[in-house]
Design a binder for this molecule. Structure first.
Ligand code: AHR
Length: 775
C-alpha cells in the first residue's frame, strides 16, 4: 500500500475557531476550599455544621494541644454567636482561659504544607473583652516541632483584624497552625486564616500558585464556573444554609460572606467567590463564563414560583452589571471597591446546569428576555441536560431554538468506545441557530488511551467549529484525599499537583488551538476499522435497582425464528439479578408488565439484555437516579455510556406494560405504548488518522494535528510550502496513568525537521498525537 499523503492548502480558509477550548471549574473533590483557594485553615470561621456534612460541627478541623478534637468546655472554650463579626458569619470562638489553652488546625489533607524559608500570612479577627493579652502564634510540624513563631498583643474592644507574617524554618507536610492563649485571656476570635504569601500572581485571598499555574499554562480561552451540580442543587432561599449557589453571597469582604453547604457533602467558605473567579480568569487569560441557577433544582424538584422570578432574574442582570458596569453603578461600584474598577468584559452567561424537566425551561424564558433586552451583546447559554440524547436533551435544544439562545450546554461522560462511535456526532448538526457549548465531557478514565481517544473526538469539534463553539473537559480538579468524582484532569494534595494524561492532551490542543481551520486533503489513508458485533445479542434478565419489583407476562419474541420464550412471573429484590435466557438473533422484542412493590422510593429496576459472559451488557433503566428517567445504557468493562434518556418516573403500586425491541443495533423502548427511548448503539470506529489543520494568525503559524487511536504507528507524508517543520509528539502506553511519583508517564518529543520540496515524512506513533507546526 502506498504511503498516505496529507496536503495542506493554507489559502483555503475554513471555520473560525473562536474561543473553542476552555476549562470548567467546579468546587467538587475540594477543588476550591482545600484546593485552588490558597486558604490553609479548615473551618476558619467556626461555621461548619451538620447540614454541610453529618460529621461537621463548629469546631471541626480544630484540635487541642494534644492533637485531639477540640471540644467546647463550659466557660473556657465556647462557640458563641452573640455580637458576631458579621451577621452572615455568626459563630466565633470565645476563650476564657483559666490556665494555658492551645488550639491547633492542621488544615486539609491531615497536615498543612510548609516550605522552608517561605512566608505565610496569618490573620484573624479578635475582640478581647477585658484587658490586653498576648497570643502565641506558631507553625509546627505534626510532631510538635516549632518551625515559625510570633506573638501578638491584642487589646481591641471591638472586632479588629490582626495580621502577621511567619517564615517557616523547615519544610513539613504534616504542619499545623497553633494558637496559644495565656491564663486570663478573655477574648473572641474568628476568621483564623493562613495563606502562603506566594499565591498565584501574589493576590491577597488568592489561589494556590502551583495549581493555578497548571491552568494558566494551558492557555484556556474561557473558564466556566462555579459548577456543575453545585449551582442548582439547593433550596430557593439564598439565606438558607443549603441554598443554591447565589453569587451575591460570594462577593464583598470575605469575613462578611456566609458559609454554605456544598452539595458534594462538604462546606463552601465562599472565600473563592465570583470576584475571585473573575480575577482568576483575567490572570490566566481566560474569558469568564459564569453559570447561574435557573430557579429550579431538578434534584429535589424545587421551583421558584413565577411571581417570584424577579429576584432571580435581577441576580442575573446585576451580575452583568457587577462584571461590566461602570464603577458608578451599584454593582460596578462593589467590583471597584473590591479592587477592580475596570470591567471584567463578561461575554458569556449560562443559565442552568444539566437541566431536566419543563419547570426549568418555563423559567429560562424570564432570564432570556430580560437579559436580551438589557444586554443584547451577552451570549446566553441554555441547557441540554446531562445526557447525549433523548427527551431532555431535545427539550433543551427546542427551548434554545424557540428563544434564540446563543449556545446550548451539552454534557456527557461516556466510554472510549462511545466517543469512537460518535466521532461524527457534530457533522450532523445544523450550522445555523444555537451553537454547541460542550460544557462537560470526558471518557471514563485518566489512562493514556482515554486521553488519546478524547484527542480524536476533539478533532471533531474543530472540523465542526461552525457548530461547536466552546468545549471543556470535566471535572478539572481533585484533591486526592477528597474524591467525589473520577476521572479528573488535575490531581493534587496539600503539597504537590500533577496533570493527568488527559491534562497533557487538553493542553496541547488548547495551546495550539489556532484561529481558523485551513483546508487539507488526504489520499491513500487506510479505511476506518469498525469493531464489535453487528447486532446486539446475549443474555436477558432483570436486575434490582434498590427497589423491589414484581414482573409478569414476560415474553421474548425472536422475530428471526418466530420463537416465543415465556418467562415465569416473579419478583426481584433490590440488589438481586436474574438471568432468564440467551438470544442470538438480530431482531427480538422483550415485553413484560411490572409493578414496584417496595424498596427505595427514588429507585426502580433494570432490564438487562445483550449481556456477554464478561459482564458487558445493555440495560433499560426504569426509574434511574432519583427515579426520574428511563435510560438505555451500555456497560463495558464496568464503565457506563448512557445512550439516551427520557424523563419518566415509576410509581409504586402502578402496573406498567413495557416493550423493548432490538433491531440489529437499534433499540426502541415503549411504556404503555408511549415511545420513550430510541437509539442506535453505534459501533466504535477507528479512523487510520484523525486530522485537522489550522492557522494561528496571531503567531503567524500553521499547525497540522494528527491523532492515531490505533495500536500501530502510521507514517504519512505531509505536504505544505515551508522549509522547516516542528514536530511535537505525544504517545503513551494504553493503560498508563500519571501520578505524584510519575507525573508525566508518557513520551513527549519535540523535533525540527527539514521539509524537502514541500514534503516531509511524519510518523504518528501507536496511540500517538503529532502536532506539526510550520511558518
Ligand atoms: O462534573 C461533575 C458533575 O457532573 C457536575 O457537577 C455535573 O454538572 C455533572 O453531572
Amino acid at each position: 500500500m502506498s504511503k498516505p499523503i496529507i496536503s495542506i492548502d493554507p489559502n483555503q480558509k475554513g471555520h473560525d475557531l473562536g474561543d473553542l477550548y476552555g476549562l470548567f471549574f467546579e468546587d467538587l473533590n475540594h477543588a476550591a476550599d482545600g484546593g485552588l483557594y490558597a486558604e490553609m485553615v479548615q473551618n476558619r470561621s467556626f461555621e461548619y455544621c451538620s447540614i454541610d456534612h453529618p460529621e461537621y460541627h463548629a469546631l471541626y478541623g480544630w484540635m487541642d494541644e494534644k492533637g485531639n478534637p477540640l471540644q467546647q468546655e463550659a466557660l473556657t472554650i465556647r462557640v458563641l454567636n452573640e455580637a458576631p463579626l458579621h451577621q452572615n458569619n455568626p459563630h466565633y470562638l470565645k476563650i476564657d482561659a483559666t490556665g494555658n489553652i492551645t488550639i491547633q488546625n492542621d488544615g486539609f489533607n491531615h497536615g498543612m504544607f510548609f516550605e522552608a524559608n517561605k512566608q505565610y500570612r496569618f490573620s484573624f479577627f479578635v475582640r478581647n473583652l477585658m484587658e490586653e493579652t498576648t497570643i502565641g502564634v506558631s507553625l509546627k510540624t505534626g510532631d510538635g516541632e516549632i518551625i515559625a513563631q510570633a506573638s501578638c498583643v491584642v487589646n481591641y474592644k471591638d472586632w479588629k483584624q490582626f495580621e502577621l507574617i511567619l517564615t517557616a524554618e523547615k519544610t513539613s507536610r504534616t504542619g499545623r497552625l497553633v494558637l496559644e492563649f495565656l491564663p486570663g485571656a478573655n477574648l473572641a476570635i474568628d476568621m483564623v486564616s493562613l495563606f502562603p504569601i506566594h499565591t498565584f500572581k501574589g493576590r491577597i485571598n488568592g489561589c494556590r500558585k502551583d495549581i493555578a499555574e497548571m491552568l494558566a499554562d494551558m492557555k484556556p480561552k474561557f473558564l466556566r464556573f462555579p459548577g456543575g451540580c453545585l449551582v442548582h442543587d439547593g433550596s430557593l432561599n439564598s439565606e438558607d444554609r443549603d441554598s443554591m449557589y447565589r453569587w451575591k453571597n460570594t462577593v464583598g469582604p470575605v469575613e462578611q460572606r456566609p458559609s454554605r453547604r456544598n452539595s458534594w457533602r462538604y462546606n463552601q467558605s465562599l472565600g473563592l467567590g465570583f470576584y475571585e473567579y473573575f480575577v482568576l480568569c483575567e490572570d490566566i487569560g481566560a474569558k469568564p463564563l459564569p453559570v447561574l441557577p435557573g430557579g429550579f433544582d431538578p434534584h429535589h424538584q424545587r421551583a421558584v414560583p413565577f411571581e417570584k422570578m424577579d429576584e432571580w432574574v435581577q441576580d442575573a442582570l446585576d451580575l452583568v452589571e457587577f462584571a461590566n458596569g461602570s464603577a458608578t453603578t451599584k454593582w460596578g461600584a462593589l467590583r471597584a471597591q473590591m479592587g477592580h474598577p475596570e470591567p471584567f468584559h463578561l461575554e458569556y452567561l449560562a443559565i442552568g446546569n444539566e437541566e431536566v424537566g419543563q419547570p426549568f425551561f418555563d423559567r429560562y424564558v424570564f432570564y432570556h428576555q430580560a437579559l436580551r433586552e438589557k444586554y443584547p451583546d451577552i451570549k446566553l447559554i441554555n441547557s441540554a441536560g446531562p445526557f447525549a440524547a433523548g427527551s431532555e436533551f431535545e427539550r433543551g435544544w427546542n427551548s434554545a431554538g424557540e428563544h434564540g439562545s446563543d449556545l446550548v450546554d451539552e454534557h456527557y461522560y461516556q466510554t472510549t468506545d462511545w466517543y469512537l462511535a460518535n466521532h461524527y456526532r457534530y457533522d450532523d448538526y445544523e450550522s445555523t441557530g444555537s451553537k454547541v457549548f460542550l460544557g462537560e465531557y470526558a471518557s471514563w478514565g485518566n489512562e493514556w488511551y482515554n486521553a488519546v481517544v478524547e484527542a480524536s473526538y476533539m478533532i471533531g469539534f474543530e472540523r465542526n467549529a461552525d457548530k461547536v463553539s466552546l468545549a471543556c473537559y470535566a471535572p478539572l480538579l481533585a484533591n486526592i484525599d477528597y474524591v467525589n468524582w473520577r476521572p479528573n484532569m488535575i490531581w493534587f494534595d496539600q503539597e504537590k499537583v500533577y496533570g493527568s494524561q488527559n491534562y497533557y492532551v487538553q493542553k496541547i490542543f488548547m495551546k495550539n488551538q489556532g484561529t481558523r481551520n485551513i483546508a487539507w486533503n488526504a489520499i491513500d489513508l487506510p479505511e476506518a476499522e469498525v469493531n464489535g458485533d453487528p447486532f446486539i445479542h446475549g443474555a436477558i434478565g432483570v436486575e434490582g435497582d434498590l427497589a423491589n419489583i414484581c414482573y409478569q407476562n414476560m415474553t421474548i419474541v425472536n422475530h428471526d425464528s418466530g420463537e416465543v420464550t415465556t418467562i415465569p412471573d416473579g419478583t426481584i429484590g433490590s440488589t438481586e439479578q436474574k438471568i432468564f435466557t440467551n438470544i442470538n438473533s438480530e431482531h427480538y422484542t422483550i415485553a413484560f408488565d411490572f409493578e414496584k412493590i417496595g424498596g427505595k422510593w427514588d429507585k426502580g429496576f433494570k432490564l438487562m439484555f445483550g449481556r456477554k459472559d464478561n459482564g458487558d451488557s445493555f440495560y433499560w433503566l426504569l426509574g434511574g437516579w432519583q427515579n426520574q428517567d428511563t435510560i438505555i445504557r451500555s456497560v463495558q468493562n464496568g464503565r457506563v455510556s448512557d445512550l439516551t434518556q427520557s424523563i419518566w418516573r415509576v410509581e409504586a403500586g402502578k402496573r406498567y406494560h413495557c416493550e423493548l425491541r432490538v433491531n440489529k443495533r437499534t433499540i426502541t423502548a415503549t411504556i404503555d405504548n408511549d415511545l420513550l427511548n430510541q437509539i442506535e448503539a453505534a459501533l466504535p470506529q477507528k479512523e487510520a488518522l484523525y486530522i485537522n489543520a489550522v492557522e494561528d494568525s496571531v503567531n503567524n503559524k500553521k499547525i497540522v494535528k494528527l491523532v492515531n487511536v490505533r495500536e500501530e504507528a502510521i507514517t504519512v507524508d505531509l505536504e505544505f510550502p515551508a522549509s522547516k517543520v516542528y514536530l511535537h509528539t505525544l504517545n503513551g502506553v494504553k493503560d498508563s496513568v500519571n501520578s505524584f511519583k510519575n507525573p508525566r508517564n508518557f513520551t513527549e518529543s519535540q523535533l525540527e525537521k527539514e521539509v524537502v520540496n514541500g514534503r516531509v515524512e511524519v510518523e504518528v506513533p501507536s496511540l500517538g498525537i503529532v502536532f506539526a507546526t510550520y511558518e
